[in-house]
Design a protein. Structure first.
Length: 130
């Protein structure tokens, strides 16, 4: 397999992890989300190394670097789009969670006020029966 094919395979791996991450975000499976992000983080140095190898290969073969990078750019742009979509879904989950937390905090404060209103500091009248 040549360097460019290896690079394209790494990009395909990134795409697969990004799609898996999207499903995990939708399901609220945060452990799976973390696993996907770690896998993509591990792909980054491989992609950089393979990009350098592909560029060397293009040079050895006398291929136009700009033309080859233009071909790869469409793949990268698609990955950027998928990552942006995941970030938007994640942001929506974060906002919904923040709103729910605020509602729960408000309910807690309300219950605390109710408790203070109905709970007396005076001891219960058991000692009057002694």
């Amino acid at each position: 397999m040549n360097a460019q094919a290896n690079l394209l395979q790494l990009y395909q791996d990134w795409r697969t992890w990004t799609e898996t991450e999207r499903e995990a975000i939708s399901e609220g499976n945060w452990r799976q989300v973390r696993m996907c992000q770690e896998a993509k983080s591990n792909l980054q140095p491989q992609i950089l190394r393979q990009t350098e190898e592909a560029q060397g290969e293009w040079k050895r073969l006398g291929l136009d670097r700009k033309a080859m990078e233009k071909q790869l750019r469409s793949v990268v742009n698609e990955l950027i789009y998928l990552e942006t979509a995941n970030a938007q879904v994640l942001s929506g989950h974060r906002n919904a969670t923040s709103e729910e937390l605020e509602r729960l905090n408000h309910s807690g404060r309300t219950l605390s006020k109710i408790q203070k209103h109905y709970v007396s500091d005076a001891p219960i009248g058991w000692e009057s029966y002694s």
